[in-house]
Ligand binder design. Structure first.
Ligand code: HPA
Length: 273
């Protein structure tokens, strides 16, 4: 099993290197409704996932499905516009495969973004939240199976997954720019259902500030390989039962348009620091 994964990664990375993807430093994974950040890059090399060997994990919801390589703030960056969700394929290894590819290409900093439901009643829909820690409530883990020792240890420490120095630097920069950057714990449910109000009460009791269906698989893969991780949640809606109204997927994408500029600024800063 591990050799199969190694061979796949070799095939994918050799293809990308052949296309001109060289020594990327930073990987940015764009969440639901946040794909327009991809237009930020000068002279980008755009490679559709469909052209990349082993990078088709099924139908992507609300995502472009492109790997975009180029420079931002003088750093070599890969943007993943379109992520694979666990609820799309039921396979954590597939879900986290693009993160594995970034590690194999040499990426050392991951900026992982998502849209999330807001549990903390001191925060509001429309806020951006830096992830300080996570709760993996998906019931699965992308490292289940043979360990790839060349990536990292069998039992990775998760104490410092979301880099403290980078969080402090980012909060300082955001403050200087007048951006109200929240901070808190992200809890992953598998989806695709939104949570029930009882599940949200449970998540709040467990210490979660935000809830979503992504990010944790990629953060685990990055941390396993000793990479720096910055997690940014866009709080698109109050979580189920916080307000007396139903939730919808459209609400998430519509709300994202409103914070587009602030989101882009914060990601720029996360690349620059
Ligand atoms: N729950 C789970 N995932 C989400 C939500 C939510 O309320 N909003 C955006 N993604």
């Amino acid at each position: 099993m591990s050799d199969e994964l190694r061979n796949k990664l070799k095939e994918t990375t050799e293809f990308l290197k052949g296309k001109g993807v060289e020594k990327p430093e930073i990987g940015v994974i764009l969440g639901s409704g946040l794909n327009d950040y991809a237009d930020r890059m000068d002279n980008p090399l755009v490679i559709p996932y469909n052209d990349i060997p082993n990078m088709q994990a099924g139908k992507l919801s609300d995502h472009r499905g492109q790997l975009i390589y180029g420079s931002i703030a003088g750093k070599k960056v890969i943007l993943l516009a379109g992520r694979f969700h666990y609820y799309e394929n039921g396979d954590m290894q597939k879900t986290a495969y693009p993160a594995r590819v970034l590690v194999a290409l040499g990426v050392r900093r991951f900026i992982i973004t998502n849209a999330a439901g807001c549990i903390n009643e001191n925060y509001s829909a429309g806020d951006l939240m830096l992830i300080s820690d996570h709760i993996n409530y998906s019931g699965a883990n992308p490292l289940i199976g043979d360990n790839l020792d060349e990536f990292g240890p069998r039992f990775p420490d998760m104490t410092y997954t979301y880099n403290i120095e980078l969080r402090e630097a980012l909060k300082k920069r955001a403050h200087e720019e007048g951006i109200n950057l929240r901070e808190g714990v992200y809890m992953m449910f598998s989806g695709p259902t939104f949570e029930t109000p009882a599940e949200i009460r449970f998540a709040r009791t467990a210490g979660a500030d935000a809830v979503g269906m992504s990010t944790v698989p990629e953060a685990i893969i990055a941390n396993h390989a000793g990479c720096e991780v910055i997690g940014i949640s866009f709080l698109s809606n109050m979580a189920a039962g916080v307000l007396d109204q139903p939730l919808s997927g459209e609400e998430v994408t519509e709300a994202a348009k409103l914070v587009k500029r602030t989101f882009e600024k914060v990601v720029d800063m996360a690349i620059e620091i």
